[in-house]
Design a binder for this molecule. Structure first.
Ligand SMILES: Cc1cc2nc3c(=O)[nH]c(=O)nc-3n(C[C@H](O)[C@H](O)[C@H](O)COP(=O)(O)OP(=O)(O)OC[C@H]3O[C@@H](n4cnc5c(N)ncnc54)[C@H](O)[C@@H]3O)c2cc1C
Ligand code: SF4
Length: 475
């Protein structure tokens, strides 16, 4: 146990800086960029917490992790107990400690943030989760006696994994159907290794398998079995966590040229199919010398930083608004800038130009200026007439957002959706318009965050359990 010091003294402690690979070194590999806090740093950082009675940081966390309680367990040097404390409400702390936008959630609410830097809650979360996993302290949870009820989960992203983890403990028989050959959703096919090592997601899935969850990979529900057929096969409830995996395109001339990828395809080739690992895998991928990534979100940052690591001389972000409106995490934007990514702000392509073999060679762009705010609350980009210019590019990655995959909706009669094709649910229970069918994560909200998907999974698991123990079976 660390001797606690006076609150006034705690405020003088500097926020711990996570050690990381230097930019010139990391652009040549796919290893994780930040190394994680050392134990000494974690203890020093934990000392900064003022153990506020009302703890506003908890209100900032979408799943209300008891932040001061887990930080206090760090000071007791019981790191595995700290990890378990987080897991009471968040099943994926090693993932969330790496990818959650804490700067907009818990940390922005930390009282220290008013005068100093907030407690590095995300860094501490990652520290305890890594400690627990690396020291083999992850406990397989106790499982209640079998209830005889079967639940099918469609999609193995953070939403589906959370539902599975919660329901298997309650004694239900759980099968996850996943379209891809590996479980994890965006955590595996979208977010690159240098931000979220895949062995971490694999460890979460392995732990679930050990608890009794069955994974049916390479199974597309809606193409093979429909939701109704799953009920006919004896499932008592279904959770749909199929995410928002349908890429949006610009819809401009030349978009079919060779060398123009959706971010989904580009990142899936690199991450899931490991095209970056030339020695171990022969997955084809266009590497590109002058690479333009269109967009300003996390996906765009992941794609552009991947292109640099795949050997591009110039990797550009082309974004129609300014840096202030970029939806990507501040940390990712800074990491990208440090790695030499060139930012073309207030710029939008209007046409792709190909060579005689049908490969993209140039992009005609327009400069923009910011007008009044639009529906999203961000200032609307307005084209500047006559500002056209040409950029030389040999690879373009379109990262302007995703829509929901329509397969399940179109093969499940009576399943209501909104005008964007997202499944509509009761926000308290995540129940859809079909009895016994629940949904959560990006398929409901559109592209959002890992923690919101996991939080939706928690709510759905509670409601499904209630339904299975008290409710009627669907007709
Ligand atoms: C590149 C990228 C980077 C991101 N970075 C961050 C970040 O830093 N921080 C953050 O919080 N969020 C980030 N996000 C968003 C976050 O990853 C998502 O909000 C989250 O993964 C949504 O979880 P989900 O469970 O709803 O769906 P997903 O993770 O999308 O998983 C859905 C799964 O369902 C499967 N599936 C789809 N249809 C079927 C079917 N018919 N049958 C069987 N399986 C099916 C899919 O193959 C997929 O595996 C990022 C997203 C992307 C694309
Ligand atoms: S608000 Fe900040 S200082 Fe207060 S309990 Fe939360 S992390 Fe600690």
């Amino acid at each position: 146990m660390v001797q606690k010091i006076e609150k006034k003294e705690r405020m003088k402690i500097q926020r711990a800086q996570m050690p990381e690979q230097a930019p010139e070194e990391r652009v040549r590999n796919f290893n994780e960029v930040p190394h994680g806090l050392t134990e000494e740093q974690a203890l020093s950082e934990a000392q900064r917490c003022l153990e506020c009675k009302k703890a506003p940081c908890i209100d900032g966390c979408p799943v209300e992790v008891d932040i001061p309680a887990f930080i206090n367990l760090i000071l007791e040097k019981d790191y595995a107990a700290a990890a378990r404390k987080i897991k009471e409400t968040n099943s994926l702390p090693a993932v969330c400690g790496r990818v959650c936008p804490q700067e907009e959630q818990c940390e922005i609410k930390c009282v220290l943030a008013k005068k100093f830097k907030p407690v590095a809650i995300g860094h501490l979360e990652r520290f305890v989760a890594d400690y627990e996993r690396e020291n083999d302290l992850v406990q397989i949870p106790a499982v209640a006696p079998p209830t005889g009820k079967k639940v099918a989960i469609v999609g193995s992203g953070p939403a589906g994994l959370t539902v599975a983890g919660d329901l298997v403990k309650l004694g239900h028989e759980i099968t996850i159907f996943e379209a891809l050959h590996k479980p994890g959703g965006v955590l595996v096919y979208g977010i690159p290794e240098f931000r979220l090592p895949k062995n971490i997601v694999q460890a979460e899935c392995d732990a679930m398998r050990d608890t009794g969850v069955t994974f049916e990979n390479s199974t597309i529900v809606g193409k093979m079995d429909t939701i109704d057929e799953l009920f006919e096969q004896g499932y008592d409830a279904v959770f749909i966590g199929t995410g928002a995996g349908l890429p949006n395109f610009m819809g401009i001339e030349g978009e079919q040229l060779i060398g123009i990828y959706s971010a989904n395809e580009y990142l899936t080739r690199s991450n899931l199919m490991r095209a970056f690992d030339e020695e171990g895998y022969d997955t084809p991928i266009i590497r590109g010398t002058n690479v333009a990534v269109l967009g300003g979100g996390n996906t765009a940052m992941d794609a552009v930083r991947t292109s640099k690591r795949l050997g591009a001389d110039h990797s550009y972000i082309v974004y129609r608004r300014s840096e202030a409106e970029m939806p990507a995490r501040a940390e990712e934007i800074h990491h990208a800038m440090d790695e030499g990514i060139e930012f073309h702000m207030l710029t939008t392509p209007i046409k792709f130009i190909g060579d005689e073999e049908g490969r993209v060679k140039q992009m005609e762009c327009l400069k923009m200026e910011l007008g009044p705010p639009d529906d999203s609350g961000r200032r609307r980009p307005v084209p500047i007439e006559g500002s056209n210019f040409i950029m030389d590019v040999d690879l373009v990655v379109v990262a302007i957002g995703n829509s929901s995959n329509p397969l399940i909706q179109s093969t499940t009669p009576g399943l209501e959706t909104n005008r964007w094709g997202n499944i509509t649910v009761n926000p308290e229970t995540m129940q859809t318009s079909r009895p016994g069918v629940y949904a959560g994560g990006d398929i409901v909200t559109g592209g959002a965050t890992v923690i919101l998907a996991a939080g939706a999974g928690k709510k759905a698991a509670r409601a499904i359990h209630q339904y299975l123990t008290n409710g009627a079976k669907p007709e």
